[in-house]
Design a protein around this ligand. Structure first.
Ligand code: AHG
Ligand code: MN
Ligand code: MN
Length: 342
């Protein structure tokens, strides 16, 4: 008779994992670990709200919920508030910046400040909420470089290669948190029965070449000829490569996560309607490019490495080619500026 053993080999919570990683650095102050715990807590709270999304109208009909008023808020505003409230009092941050806020978010005077800056996209793909498609949260951490108590714009406008941690949470069929502090990429799945993120994907590596292409090709009419040629290459139409399978969720986190695990490339080129592309450098491209490189992949704006782009504004947009290294190299080769000789 076959006996199925249900005893897990070892259970590693995100907390235990963060502590063990920190031990590798005797000089670490524990501040970065604290930021990661707080993000994991915020993620659980946002996950909870996202899971209630379809029920808001039903539950909102009760007196309780009407008085709270909170459930009437849009989920991206709510997620933004949860992130700020979970992160502002830990004494580890000097300021924050969010895709949902026009300016830097200061740490209130009553709290201590610290040496790190946090940037985040509180709810990525939020237009998909109404149709029950996976959404996410993306975050990026850099060290403060100015001298005062409070963080300044200059602290946030650092190239992505200076990130000390980055990651995302995907609220999909399960909730997962994936992050890197520069020592590989690790994924944790939320066990809702115990409310803990458990290590499920240690040391994620992305394939060198992928089978998936994620692109919104309704913009084809606005692409330049080089981008059109690149897309024909990815689709196998010019006979040079095998065709990729096209998969586009429209939630960057969901498209990125699939391609990270299964291999592939996410492409959001500049086009004549959006000459700088759509995706935001600080809240989307930088953190995901950091994760991608740590997993063996690559990220480019079509000319240079995403992590080498010098940001000049908080809400800067960038074209994005992100995923398996071989596929991103194809983009870089085909998008090289054509030399004009006199
Ligand atoms: P957000 O919901 O944070 O504004 O981000 C939406 C982004 C990203 O998630 C997705 O990849 C992209 O917008 C989709 O844009 P298109 O609809 O233009 O394809
Ligand atoms: Mn987004
Ligand atoms: Mn968003």
């Amino acid at each position: 008779m076959n006996v199925v053993n249900h005893t897990p080999v070892s259970v590693v919570t995100i907390e235990r994992f963060i502590i063990e990683q920190e031990r590798l650095y005797p000089e670490a102050s524990g501040e970065l670990s604290g930021i990661l715990y707080d993000i994991a807590l915020a993620a659980k709270m946002i996950s909870n709200k996202v899971r209630m999304a379809g029920l808001v109208d039903i539950i909102g009909a009760t007196e309780n919920e009407n008085v709270q008023g909170e459930t009437q808020q849009k989920l991206d505003v709510l997620s933004n508030d949860i992130m700020i409230k979970a992160m502002d009092h830990g004494g580890r941050l000097c300021a924050m910046a969010s895709e949902e806020e026009p300016d830097i978010i200061p740490i209130p005077d009553r709290f201590r400040t610290g040496k790190y800056c946090l940037m985040f996209d509180p709810l990525d793909g939020s237009s998909n909420i109404d149709v029950n498609v996976p959404v996410g949260t993306i975050f990026s951490v850099v060290r403060k470089i100015t001298n005062g108590r409070a963080g300044e714009l200059e602290d946030f406008l650092q190239p992505g290669r200076r990130q000390v941690a980055a990651g995302y949470i995907i609220y999909g069929s399960s909730t997962m948190m994936v992050y890197s502090t520069g020592q590989g990429v690790h994924g944790f799945t939320l066990d809702p029965s115990i409310g803990e993120f458990l290590l499920s994907h240690p040391n994620i590596r992305t394939p060198h070449k992928g089978k998936f292409l994620s692109v919104n090709d309704s913009y084809e009419q606005y692409w330049d000829e080089q981008v059109k040629a690149l897309m024909r290459r990815y689709r196998g139409l010019d006979g040079v490569q095998q065709a990729h399978n096209v998969r586009y969720v429209g939630s960057l986190v969901a498209d990125f996560h699939r391609n990270l695990l299964a291999g592939g490339v996410f492409v959001y080129p500049a086009n004549s309607m959006s000459p700088r592309g759509k995706l935001r450098l600080l809240y989307e491209a930088n953190p995901l490019a950091f994760i991608c490189e740590q997993a063996g992949g690559a990220g480019s704006d079509g000319r240079i490495r995403i992590l080498d782009v010098q940001p000049t504004e908080l809400h800067q947009r960038t074209p994005l080619y992100l995923g398996s290294k071989g596929d991103v190299m194809t983009a870089i080769e085909m998008l090289m500026p054509v030399e004009v000789t006199a």
